[in-house]
Design a protein around this ligand. Structure first.
Ligand SMILES: *Cc1c(COP(=O)(O)O)cnc(C)c1O
Length: 450
């Protein structure tokens, strides 16, 4: 019985798959938060290097992966595809379950798939330093690693509460040479303004974004980097699905359903978009995003223009949103707590091309425990949402007595998130359904775009 399906290094994809030319309808414009007019490439140049701005709007279906990027991808790519024999047995399901494991990257998640090319394009464009924000630290550690690989300086604004409560990812960033600053900081106008009002502020992702963007915009040699949401991030993550498709073909399989957890959309896009392309060519495959019921962007948000951040400094995009001032509760899947979503994923959900489902925290941790005890790998709390989705599909197949092939993306391991498991095993976690009233309230503050 084959358990790991492996590709040799020379089969790392040579091109990323760009879904933009295959979208069922034209993309909505991205709006400048100051002028409320469509953003031009020139507006973005103080923030991003030109090659990434070009990728953001490219209509080329295939985009070459630079050799320098493939060389670094070789540290953990091609990532293994596993057949989950032991989980299947534990469930007693006739379904075949496959998972792509992205936890083998140095940072322990899929995020370096985009951090590496982002650092590369900055390097060749003359950037000396990257400024970014991080919540729990998954993105901050990935971009720190990438900057180290290409000899760039890196400043990470880390939400203060996480900086104090989650010191291990801070240490990872520092090991990879980054400068980590608790946010709000006194390094930026945005940070100083907050500290003046509230010297004890715990910070938030929105504040940290404002600090990092201001840092980039006010320093000629510095650019900003974002770990998800944007089209070029979804593009880079397509290596996940492209490899998975080849690996499944090696064992004569094609999935009936492809599943990814959804925070802002990048790992879901990565595993799913190459299969959405097949769907357009007549293949019968479902592609499903799993999000937390406590931050139900795709399932209970609305499809509208909204700011990317709380401080209204980031561009306004058409996406599913719970409102830019939506305050998600402090669930453990920190990487899934965002009010918005990738515009590409949003549009595909809106047009019914891909599906979205919300799952509760406790059901996800139960799935993560079953997975750890059968397959051995301890999943990130974020990834447990995809596992829940896969298990539910497998149980349905059992009930219906049907064969079914399931593919899901295991976006990362949970080794730096053991406090979450401590809480779960100690019975300290609850489910949380966001009240309809609170969603209505934050949705009342959307910007007006003609
Ligand atoms: C950041 C993160 C996510 C969520 O981000 P997406 O952009 O939605 O993929 C999921 N899993 C892990 C392990 C993460 O670190």
């Amino acid at each position: 019985m084959q358990t790991k399906i492996l590709l040799p290094e020379d089969r790392i994809p040579k091109q990323w798959y760009n879904i933009i030319p295959d979208m069922p309808s034209p993309l909505a414009p991205v709006i400048h938060p100051g002028t409320m007019q469509p953003v031009s490439p020139d507006d973005l140049l103080p923030i991003f290097p030109m090659p990434l701005i070009e990728q953001e709007v490219s209509t080329e279906r295939w985009i070459d992966i630079p050799e320098e990027v493939r060389e670094i991808y070789k540290i953990w790519r091609p990532s293994p595809l596993f057949r989950a024999h032991r989980l299947e047995k534990a469930l007693g399901t006739p379904a075949k379950i496959f998972y792509k494991y992205e936890g083998g990257s140095p940072a322990g998640s899929h995020k370096p798939n985009s951090a590496i090319p982002q650092a590369y394009y900055n390097k060749i464009s003359g950037t000396k330093r990257i400024a970014t924000e991080t919540g729990a630290g998954q993105w901050g550690s990935s971009i720190s690693l990438a900057c180290q690989m290409f000899g760039l300086e890196c400043t990470v604004y880390m939400v203060k509460v996480s900086y104090n409560q989650k010191p291990y990812r801070k240490s990872m960033m520092q090991l990879w040479g980054a400068n980590v600053t608790p946010s709000p900081s006194n390094l930026t106008n945005a940070g100083r303004a907050i500290l003046e009002r509230d010297p004890e502020s715990n910070g938030s992702l929105g504040i940290a974004i404002s600090e990092a963007v201001e840092d980039a915009a006010t320093h000629d040699d510095t650019r900003y980097a974002l770990g998800s949401v944007l089209n070029h991030v979804c593009l880079h993550q397509s290596v996940i699905g492209l490899e998975a498709k080849e690996q499944l073909a090696m064992v004569g399989e094609y999935p009936d359903v492809v599943i990814g957890c959804h925070g802002c959309g990048s790992n879901f896009a990565g595993v799913g978009f190459p299969f959405v392309a097949d769907k357009a060519n007549g293949k019968n495959v479902r592609v499903v995003a799993l999000e937390p019921a406590s931050c139900p962007t795709l399932t209970r948000g609305i499809y509208a223009f909204d700011y990317g951040d709380t401080a209204k400094m980031a561009p306004v995009s058409k996406m599913y949103t719970l409102g830019h001032d939506f305050m998600p509760p402090g669930i453990h899947a920190g990487g899934l707590r965002y009010h918005g979503a990738s515009p590409l994923v949003s549009q595909l959900v809106h047009e019914g091309v891909v599906e979205a489902k919300a799952v509760h925290q406790l059901a996800c941790f139960e799935a993560a425990v079953l997975f750890s005890r059968s397959e051995g790998i301890i999943p990130a709390p974020e990834s447990s949402h995809a596992i829940r989705g896969a298990i539910d599909e497998a149980l349905q197949a059992k009930e219906e007595g049907k064969e079914k092939t399931i593919l899901f993306n295991l976006s990362g391991h949970g080794h730096v998130d053991m406090a979450a498991y401590d809480d779960f095993l100690g019975d300290k976690l609850n489910d949380y359904e966001y009240p309809e009233e609170a969603i209505k309230e934050s949705l009342a503050h959307l910007p007006k775009v003609d």
